[in-house]
Design a protein around this ligand. Structure first.
Ligand SMILES: C[S@@+](CC[C@H](N)C(=O)[O-])C[C@H]1O[C@@H](n2cnc3c(N)ncnc32)[C@H](O)[C@@H]1O
Ligand SMILES: [Zn+2]
Length: 976
């Protein structure tokens, strides 16, 4: 077969992009450069309903509407925009859409100018480049339409066979074969039936079948589930089209159960027989489908507990061994007859009927012979899965024996896709990318990963390779041709030929390494930690493109349970290298906006450190609420997984020429002539507003909130700027008001930082003027203010850690010390975890007393000193048992809290105290003489000590496993 072995995406080379930049870009000239912008501030809320947005899925996607305001604010028409981690290319789409931006966005961004911008899109994933390219590049619409027509005709016969089926109607009543409405459709009408049909015999599709033939085609299994009426000897067979087939995992009835059995001994104290737990085999060995035993006939829901259809043994799925999967239900439609009311009587009319029934024998036979339609076509079969990939381990791909991309599909759907691929590579070269885009777009939902839902509206778990026990095998033909309208709509939108982006395939760490200072703005949404393993998640797309993502260069952290090949440090290195490239490519004074969704404080810190290290200044951070949440985010809302509900955006700036940043706001060696007045004004005011509260606190006779008014700011600016040689000719009250309106918040005629407390909350201050800003009216700068911030945030609504973290990140974004990573400790020490809801809140008086349990603290302290041999007088044995009890309860509480700081299913990070307490307990017990204390108290203490010893052991095992995975051989290879 004539497969194109080349990568079908026309990606641009470094040289081509350099030419693109010199042709369309404006060179940076420090002498004349007058770029003037402040950071963009608006919390954006954007939906994902745009049909274009949905034309092709990608694991994570930023709606273009959310990007447009940033582009409009930071750039001019024709400017060059870069997205080094472009994914599906939404930055490119947004840049194109700036030609005619939605009116509401234009209104929301003052000073914005219409006009498309040029984008450079880059990604390491071949799939991402393919999607991005097709989202942004114009197509030959007429050519494409003609290709769809050609392909439809070329595959018709094979698809009719693949997705064709039959519907049988007893040949009685409406379907009486002697009725003219029936006879006119029959290939084999009964002799002597009236033949006034308009349909010629060769075009007739119905067939009269004997009962025995129908039974044969249905097969015994289907007949048992759907018996056919007795007494009927003839049936009308009507051709039908399959919409989808439900497949179910098969299980064999067999497993073990834990039972308690007498040991033969008797307990000397209780005189009851002693019992021991033993595992016993059970089950009859019969094979059944989950569908047959677990679907509730009335609700259609899958019951978690079910019984073997043969021996009635009760099971849950996880106790059983999976032994294959099989088709169970066919959902199809056919053109049949229906009795309709007409006036007082009834008539027989045509009707399309959609229904479902068990899978028939002949369908199963066809399914198994559909393999032959894949013929020698092997794109998917030759695409091997990484047998050591993280998803491979976690999502039990190995358990399902998924070895190549072909294994993601049933034979029938593999054949269907293969047939389309055969036609796509026969299409003219310039149309192949678009056609392939339609093919990859439908691919996930055509696979065995398409989860069966009771509503019959299946879905995919985005970003993971999850194979459900029940899946819907969708009709490839219908899905492919329904994409035609999407690509044509896309083609309709992509009419701005002047602004076609350049798509590059490679790593952001070495992007355009021969260029510098040529990009006007960067908007990017990089991979964040372990959120997604792109190299694996994109494999189904990559397989069609015949290219793989380079796992060595992928910026990712592998979770421990996923093999831990790449660590936080590896990720930090890759991200630092990427940000360094972005820094070098960006013109001085320009902005980089980084979008991300992650609730892991450490990943967040890694990013913060990386951007700082390369020289960016963090200007601010805002929320992006994508409205339609991803599955993981939904889980996060339910407290099942720790993902932040909001995406956040960092606005970062590369300092202007001549300015070197020593920290975010302290600039040394500033060259005032090249710095824009607006920047200077906003920075000086920002610094002034930041320090004002402290100044007021120190000396309220000199400083007051009057120092927030525009006239005062004017004076202050003059005093500051003139000595620095700044030309202040444009500085006046309206100018200052304009700048302030952009960056700050005005309350009662006074200016405040956007994230600042409004009002005076000094102990003796004017409390009457306190404005409540739900989460932001305490500025976090030290532990005390951090606790105040948490108190305020948790005062109205108790929150789960996953909900709290994004707000915490936003609030502490500019902090450099350790504090921003200490939310866990602050919560543990000062707040109360509600165990049932896993929400943190302000403790009640009793809870506070427990938190500050002085008795317990004293016990821990004494126990510690005792073990160090520094406690005198020597405690009694009863006292030591009391300490053990206290240590045990303290450790229990700490453990619960640790659980409240992660989401269910995740390993909690155990605080050092807890392990220290557990370690002390057995040592304390050793110094107690059993005879000296109450027997039951001793037994309890020894039980607690056994638990403690076990926990210490588990902790050590885990540590060792971690250490091993860190020093594993693979890791060395990845980054040497
Ligand atoms: C969060 S996604 C971007 C999604 C994109 N914003 C969209 O709307 O579709 C991050 C992307 O970074 C890519 N990536 C990972 N490591 C990379 C690297 N070293 N260089 C370039 N891209 C990389 C992944 O393939 C993935 O497409
Ligand atoms: Zn059984």
């Amino acid at each position: 077969m004539d497969e194109p072995r080349e990568y079908p995406v026309p990606v641009a080379s470094d040289e081509e992009v350099a030419a693109f930049i010199s042709r369309y870009g404006t060179p940076y000239d420090p002498e004349t450069d007058d770029y003037e912008r402040g950071p963009f501030v608006a919390n954006i809320r954007e939906g994902k309903n745009d049909p274009i947005y949905n034309a092709h899925s990608y694991h994570t996607k930023v709606p273009p509407r959310a990007i447009i305001p940033y582009i409009l604010h930071y750039t001019e028409p024709g400017d060059i925009i870069l997205d080094p981690f472009c994914g599906s290319g939404m930055t490119g789409v947004a840049a194109l859409m700036c030609e005619a931006p939605p009116e509401d966005i234009l209104q929301a961004v003052p000073g914005s100018k219409k006009g498309a911008r040029r984008a450079i899109l880059n990604d390491l994933s071949p799939a991402a480049c393919h999607i991005a390219y097709n989202y942004c590049t114009p197509v030959d619409v007429e050519g494409l339409k003609a290709e769809f027509v050609r392909i439809k005709a070329a595959v018709k016969e094979e698809f009719d066979w693949l997705y064709g089926t039959e519907h049988y109607e007893p040949a009685i009543g409406v379907y009486e074969p002697t009725k003219p409405e029936v006879a006119c459709h029959l290939k084999n009408p009964l002799p002597n039936t009236p033949q006034d049909s308009l349909i010629s015999v060769v075009d007739r599709e119905w067939e009269l079948l004997d009962r025995s033939e129908v039974e044969r085609r249905m097969g015994p299994e289907a007949l048992a589930k759907q018996p056919i009426p007795g007494g009927v000897e003839q049936f009308i067979c009507i051709p039908a089209m399959i919409h989808y087939t439900i497949w179910s995992d098969l299980y064999s009835c067999g497993g073990t159960i834990t039972v308690e059995e007498p040991t033969g001994k008797v307990n000397t104290r209780t005189r009851l027989p002693c019992l021991k737990k033993v595992r016993r085999p059970r089950g009859c060995g019969a094979v059944f489908s989950l569908w047959d035993v677990a679907i509730d006939a009335t609700t259609g829901a899958v019951r978690p507990r079910f019984e073997c259809s043969n021996c009635q043994q009760s099971w849950v799925k996880t106790q059983l061994k999976r032994c294959g999967f099989a088709p169970v239900v066919t959902n199809y439609s056919y053109r049949g007859l229906k009795l309709r009311r007409r006036g007082k009587g009834t008539v027989i009319g045509d009707a399309t009927v959609r229904t479902e029934r068990p899978v028939y024998q002949f369908e199963k036979a066809r399914l198994s012979s559909s393999k032959k339609l894949v013929c020698d076509f092997s794109v998917l079969r030759s695409f091997k899965m990484w047998a050591d990939g993280p998803q491979y381990r976690r999502n039990a791909l190995r358990g399902r024996d998924i070895q190549t991309a072909a294994d993601f599909f049933t034979d029938r759907n593999h054949a269907g896709l293969a047939l389309l691929y055969r036609e796509i590579i026969r299409a003219p070269q310039h149309l192949r990318p678009s056609l392939l885009f339609c093919l990859t777009a439908i691919c996930p939902s055509m696979s065995r990963m398409y989860i069966f839902r009771e509503s019959r509206k299946g879905s995919i778990l985005k970003g993971s390779l999850y194979f459900p026990s029940l899946f819907q095998e969708m009709n490839v033909c219908a899905a492919f041709f329904s994409k035609e309208s999407d690509v044509l709509a896309l083609a309709g939108r992509k009419r701005h030929e002047q602004a076609i982006p350049a798509v590059m395939w490679g790593s952001s760490t070495t992007l355009l390494s021969n260029l510098s200072e040529c990009i006007d703005y960067i908007f990017t949404d990089p991979p964040f930690g372990s959120n997604l393993y792109y190299s694996e998640a994109g494999c189904l797309f990559d397989a069609w493109l015949n290219k793989r993502m380079d796992r060595i260069l992928e910026a990712v952290i592998h979770r421990k349970e996923d093999g831990g090949m790449k660590t936080l440090a590896d990720y930090g290195r890759l991200m630092t290298a990427s940000f360094r490239r972005m820094y070098e490519l960006l013109k001085p004074g320009r902005f980089l906006t980084v979008e991300f969704n992650n609730s892991d404080g450490q990943v967040f810190e890694a990013i913060k450190n990386a951007v700082r290290e390369v020289g960016f200044a963090i200007e601010n951070m805002v929320f992006l609420d994508k409205v339609h949440k991803t599955f993981k985010q939904k889980k996060g809302d339910k407290g099942e997984e720790d993902v932040a509900g909001h995406d956040v955006l960092f606005n970062l700036r590369k300092p202007s020429k001549g300015r070197a940043l020593s920290s975010d706001h302290e600039e040394v060696g500033r060259d005032v002539q090249t710095s824009s007045l607006e920047d200077l004004v906003s920075e000086v005011i920002s610094e002034h507003l930041r320090t004002l509260p402290q100044s007021i606190q120190k000396d309220s006779t000199i400083y007051s909130d009057e120092h927030r008014t525009t006239p005062f700011l004017n004076t202050m600016l003059m005093n500051t700027l003139i000595p620095r040689g700044v030309d202040v000719s444009r500085l006046n009250l309206p100018f200052i008001d304009r700048v302030c309106a952009r960056y700050f918040r005005k309350v009662d005629g006074r200016w405040y930082l956007r994230d600042e407390a409004v009002g005076d909350d000094r102990p003796n201050g004017n409390k009457g003027r306190l404005f409540q800003i739900p989460d932001d009216n305490v500025t976090v700068e030290d532990e005390k203010s951090a606790i105040a911030w948490l108190r305020q945030t948790l005062a109205t609504t108790p929150l789960r850690i996953g909900e709290l973290r994004p707000h915490w990140m936003k609030t502490t974004v500019k902090l450099t010390g350790d504090l921003s990573t200490q939310i866990e400790q602050l919560l543990r020490e000062n707040f109360w975890l509600d165990r049932s809801t896993r929400r943190w809140r302000i403790p009640t008086a009793d809870e506070l007393a427990e938190l500050n349990d002085h008795e317990r603290q004293r016990a821990c302290h004494d126990a510690e000193r005792f073990l160090e041999g520094r406690l005198s007088p020597h405690p009694t044995d009863a006292e030591i048992l009391g300490w053990i009890e206290k240590l045990y309860s303290a450790a229990g509480r700490l453990e619960e809290e640790a659980l409240g700081l992660v989401e269910p299913g995740e390993e909690p990070v155990l605080p050092a105290d807890l392990i220290a307490y557990y370690r002390m307990m057995p040592r304390l017990l050793q110094s107690v003489l059993k005879e000296n204390v109450d027997a039951s108290a001793y037994t309890r203490a020894s039980r607690q000590c056994r638990t403690a010893a076990r926990k210490v052991q588990e902790h050590e095992d885990r540590k060792e496993a971690e250490a091993q995975s860190r020093s594993g051989p693979r890791q060395g290879k990845l980054f040497d």
